[in-house]
Design a protein around this ligand. Structure first.
Ligand SMILES: *Cc1c(COP(=O)(O)O)cnc(C)c1O
Length: 454
């Protein structure tokens, strides 16, 4: 990863594919707004930092993933939004309204969905260490699909379902030996990670044999998830090849043709102007094409395809607005890097510290014709690694009190937020042309103190 980024020609230009669709900069004042709502007013009303979410775009993205797979399969595929990217009641309702299913991985996420009235039959639950309580909660609620991840869990879930007098539909999580991150993927024979049953090691076949013997479980198919922030379908191609070969083996050795194939999520979004993600239509056609071809070669009926996009729905819809605090130029052998501190940091966006994630930011509360300066946007936490944007260019007249925004923070921003340093977590504000409203309120110091019960 390069230590600097190229100087943009014009700091005032907001790359349309990086910022939420409803975001615009006024040609007169330079102030940025979302669907006509001025960021200065949003900051005034809701405080900073705040996640500002474009509700129109969020719904559009839900709808376009669904329609892309409907079109590519004559409506025989299912899209499950991966709730771990960002989940709250409003999101649950948008999904229900657009007819998209929901993927959860904990009892907490399940509780959010159920309280918002989501149809439990349209929920899939996965996770490598679901507790007895979580499995019971899922079975009793009538969760449509549970993804089995270990031999212990097979026995545990069968027992819970039998006790409840139910037959639980399940998928088997398979590790296919493909790991995809951003532009590359690695195909290996063995998997050194915590999820699923390995194909290469024969555990997946053994899991299927065990599930088939249990009358309280009804095996629907395979589940796989190969990585995150993936920009092309080559990793999926290798995964699909291995999965269909396995489906043939299952047919031949267990005399069952599994009707469902879940390819997981992991599709990439633009965090910087250089990122160029594929459109959902293209991904749908390519993924379906890959599986169809593999099935044809192997003489299998085409299974029902499931996909679980999280980031690709939530990520691009949101920007985080911060207020600039201290500004500190540091000389480094001839170049100056200016540390710009904002009123949040690793507690509202851990991805930079955790994964070296890259982000785009901009001055949003006014125009500036000043020369660009190289900055590092840092938070207020007691941690040197508390970096929000590692390298960026902002106008050199940046001053305390200015507002800056970081783009594409809708996925794994609020959902991974913490209370480090007892900093309350920011609100999520949903914006449409008609209104701006809280969908998740700001945490208060009282909320934090309330947990401390001694
Ligand atoms: C994390 C995860 C997803 C969503 O991943 P994105 O990168 O947000 O699309 C989907 N399925 C499973 C099983 C996951 O663990």
């Amino acid at each position: 990863m390069s230590s600097t980024v190229g100087i943009p020609a014009d700091l005032n230009v907001l790359a349309a594919h990086v910022w939420p669709a409803g975001v615009q900069r006024s040609p007169d004042t330079g102030v940025v707004s979302m669907h006509g709502h001025d960021v200065r007013e949003l900051a005034e009303q809701f405080g900073t930092p705040a996640y500002v979410l474009d509700e129109i775009e969020f719904r559009d993205r839900i709808r376009s993933w669904k329609s892309a797979f409907d079109e590519a399969t004559n409506s025989t595929a299912s899209v499950y939004y991966a709730g771990k990217a960002f989940l709250c009641s409003a999101v649950v309702r948008w999904l229900a309204q657009e007819g998209v299913n929901l993927d959860v991985c904990t009892g907490g996420e399940l509780a959010v969905a159920l309280r918002a009235g989501f149809d439990p039959a349209a929920i899939l639950m996965h996770g490598n260490n679901k507790s007895q309580g979580e499995l019971t909660q899922a079975v009793e609620a009538g969760v449509g699909l549970i993804v089995l991840d270990s031999f212990e869990e097979i026995a545990r879930l069968a027992h819970i379902a039998a006790q409840a007098g139910k037959v639980q539909a399940v998928l088997i999580r398979v590790t296919v030996g493909v790991e995809a991150h951003t532009h590359e993927y690695i195909a290996t024979a063995h998997e050194d990670q915590k999820f699923g049953f390995s194909l290469a090691g024969g555990q997946a076949l053994e899991a299927i044999k065990r599930v088939n013997k249990l009358s309280a479980l009804s095996l629907q198919g395979l589940h796989s998830h190969i990585g995150s922030q993936i920009f092309n379908t080559s990793g999926f191609e290798v995964a699909a090849h291995r999965l269909t070969q396995f489906l043939v083996q299952v047919r031949d050795e267990c005399s069952v043709e599994l009707p469902m194939l879940d390819l997981g999520g992991g599709l990439g979004i633009a965090y910087t102007p250089d990122d160029d993600p594929l459109a959902p239509q293209v991904i749908a056609q390519q993924l379906i094409g890959i599986v169809a071809e593999q099935c044809q070669v192997s003489g299998l009926a085409m299974p029902r395809i499931v996909v679980e996009p999280g980031r690709a729905i939530a990520g691009p819809t949101t920007m985080t607005i911060y207020q600039v605090g201290t500004i500190k130029p540091i000389d480094l052998d001839g170049i100056t890097r200016t540390y710009v501190s904002v009123d949040g940091g690793m507690s509202d966006n851990i991805r930079t510290a955790l994964y070296d994630a890259v982000y785009t930011c901009s001055l949003v509360s006014r125009a500036s014709a000043a020369e660009p300066m190289l900055v590092r946007v840092v938070g207020k936490h007691c941690e040197t690694g508390d970096i929000v944007v590692r390298d960026a260019w902002l106008p050199s007249d940046l001053a305390p009190g200015d507002l800056i925004a970081v783009a594409a923070t809708g996925a794994y921003g609020r959902s991974m937020a913490s209370n480090y340093n007892h900093v309350p977590r920011p609100p999520v504000v949903a914006v449409t042309p008609d209104a701006s409203r809280l969908i998740v309120r700001r945490e208060s110091v009282e909320d934090i103190l309330a947990l401390d019960v001694d």
